[in-house]
Design a protein. Sequence first.
Length: 597
Amino acid sequence: MSTKDLEVIIATDCGSTTTKAILIEKKGDTYRQTFRGEAPTTVEAPFEDVTKGVLNSITEVEELSGRKILDGENIITPNHGNTGADIYVSTSSAGGGLQMMVAGAVKAMTGESAQRCALGAGAIVMDVLASNDGRADHEKIERIRQLRPDMMLLSGGTDGGTITHVVELAQFLKAADPKPRLGASYKLPVIYAGNNKAHQQIKDILGDRTALIVTENLRPTLERENLMPARHKIHDIFLEHVMQQAPGYPKLMKMVGAPIMPTPAAVGTMTEKFAKANNFNVLAVDIGGATTDVFSVFSGVFNRTVSANLGMSYSISNVMAETGLANILRWLPFDVEEQDLRNRLKNKMIRPTTIPQTVEDLQIEHAVAREALRLAFDQHKALAVGLKGVQQERSISDAFEQTASGASLINIMRLDYVIGSGGILAHSPRRTQSMQLMIDAYQPEGVTRMAVDSIFMMPHLGVLAQISEKAALDVFYNDCLVRLGTCLAPKGLAKEGQLIMEWEVTASDGKKLSGELRFGEIVHLPLETAKAKLTARPVKGFDMGAGSGNKVEADIEGGVVGIVLDGRGRPFELPKSHSKRIAELNKWYKAMEMYPV
């Protein structure tokens, strides 16, 4: 089908709890999202058929739009008048998403490359095995048996190099003989993406026991990572093997007009398309009840990480354990007993669907969200790195000792755009709250635009982008992104009250705003216009992206929040004194009009 024929598109995202459907229609030359519906996901008993939830969510779209889309359990195609749709596409993370184990010869090198490969394909990485991970042989075998992944990715060695380690890993796998999580009747899919010299030995060891697929090496040389062939294989197996076992998926696969994508992979695709279309460095986050996914595109390189234990409901106690109570308490502008805070968070964990009832409850939830976002970002920075083990002696003993890590690709000063999604960011009572949470968690430097995904449409658009990039980007700009505005944050430190920057903003309608920024303050300027010009003159010792004390001219955009001038300095630290900290927090929250007074 040519994209010219696409006028009406129906898309669903089957999440672990909710299946969301959206209708996209071509209005003139532009695609717009017009109606949406949702229904509980039906993977578990009593239905055990994912298509029931899909049909229910599409039925809601039918009722709202007055368009007849379904004929019984079939989608009417193509669209004709007020009936049917031209194509139906879907993503899915139901049934726990795609769970993988990866193995590499050296943990800091092929192990990490394998992890990046699996995460980029939309998987949750349950564990990384490596020859040098410090576990005894029997522990590795036991671990493979215990976890029961959907599939394994095995890599190791550069092409033509030593094969002992990767053959040893294959032997462990054979000894463990793991059973896949879904459907005991089929063999565990194993993708081998390691040293090409070991192909025959790997086939001899694993060929009978597993559904073995051999593809190109992830690290053909130390200087080069080649992740795409293995990523494509992961997608193929996800559809052929894993999806076939999940309740109702074979039916769903017959309904769609394009391959089903794992939800996170689709969000990643949309992030990449947006970054590429605008030549931006982008950071996107999806913070959920159980996990937080972070996506980034820096200098054209895409990375994704999953913090499987950082979330706002099911995993809220893990956030508390990992960051410590002191880090949550530091964001609260009032006193609260540690035990009281613990109890409130535990209540949220056992009643995940509750929402804050008081301003205090909301501020506690926001404090936890900042920490979850910050921790997930730290984990992301650790994995989104240049290649390790390059430009050093290449004997294998060196490779084992080598902890010299590659530098992180994430350069905050070069970050152009932050996109937030997930309940706490998309549905906070005030948009200023979402913007401030992201500023506090990520501490952007220089000029950074910010937006949130209005109703978590990025998965639908990512799968649609495979068929029509124009349709996906049209809806992304017009209906998905809620532009919050721009954060201006000079990097540097000074004494409180000291002048750190003079600024001037010229809106597209010719309106001019100007002023000074002093250290320790936040200035909030409402600015709705989509485009504006900024001239910033930081004082010596402060950097807005052009070096210390140098003038910066940049295109910025306003939005529902506007412009936030963050004069709290970078690296940002809260005051040590208790009373001073509470006074400062109240001052900043008031400047942002974050909470009712």
